[in-house]
Design a binder for this molecule. Sequence first.
Ligand code: PLP
Length: 421
Amino acid sequence: NKPLAEVDPEIADAIGRELERQQKTLEMIASENFVPQAVLDAQGSVLTNKYAEGYPGRRYYGGCEFVDIAEQLAIDRAKELFGAEAANVQAHSGAQANTAVYHALLKPGDTIMGLELAHGGHLSHGMRINVSGRLYDIAPYQVDRETSRIDMDEVAKIARERKPKLLLAGWSAYPRQLDFVRFREIADEVGALLMVDMAHFAGLVAAGLHPSPVPYADVVTSTTHKTIGGGRGGLILSREEHARRLNSAIFPGQQGGPLEHVIAGKAVAFKIAMSDAFKERQQRTIAGAQALATELLADEGSGVSVLTGGTDVHLVLVDLRESELDGQQAEDRLHEIGITVNRNAVPFDPRPPMVSSGLRVGSPALATRGFSVDDFSEVGKLIATALTPAFEDRKAELAERVTALAEKHPLYAHLNAPAIA
Ligand code: PLP
């Protein structure tokens, strides 16, 4: 029972340095968040030792009475939080949850219609070399060239032409709410199942700040680590009629033993997501993203713009098509002053994907850290200035202002990192 720093100083050092990076820089990757200590405790627990193939009460291993409690709590809370008839909490990740849904409800060669990757979709929605693109016929839809928004008439047109077996709504990079009522109507018209992947906006749905897809979709998938703020993993919600097939597609269809320690971390996160404090945090998450958009749009001469002119959610898509900077250069500049974002292709991007013409900037992690709307405005000013020609002259000042914000909102202050103890 020696401490990690003694058993494996190299790993302890990497963890310590990662903690320090998270504490000292501003994390603005839209798909990231900071889990509370309670989730770290659950995920770092002895539940990791237990094999529990099967489902609560129906396991293929003995000694599952306590992991059954944890997994049943996760299932019941997920159903309560989102008002779903059935929940599967075993998917190891969001991508696996999606693959399991296809496995459960489709046959290879069936048509899936989802938002194209280059227009904000996820690679598990039909990217050519992903298993989704390899096994299924993909009928992608795009955003409108003028508005950068999904045009539901266009979705309907493609659906009538391609007759998908599964219509998929959901995104990794899109700053607006989806019209689930219309997606359901289109699915019904063409005889498709409707699946919604709410990985990004699940926290906003849980807080009642984004329409819920659950009443409309046959199946809703999610990750548990983005806006919802839990440990890293996947979730499938569904109508009761699909539950058995989905469960057997996860186990034994795709996975062996579930990660019961991670499932316990999901249960804790779902409990927290029912609190008033969580709702307040999600409100600040959206208001913070809107404050970022306002600041990024303030300097009209910079060539920096924001797709769709703002946001309804937790992220802003910065459009650099009119800027001299490409996405890579912009990402590097922000990295230099201590702000972490990812470059992102914008729809109809003239630059290649490795460089791209956009940035995806998210507010969830900083909102969790306690940032106020005013703090987000300050962050927006820092980013906007970093993307102007004044960057080199003002770099040191910008980095100092980043440090001041990080120090104003301490993170994991109680954790004594082995490497920096
Ligand atoms: N679905 C969407 C919409 C996502 O944005 C992501 C991750 O970014 C995933 C699925 C995949 O989740 P994971 O990385 O846990 O496999």
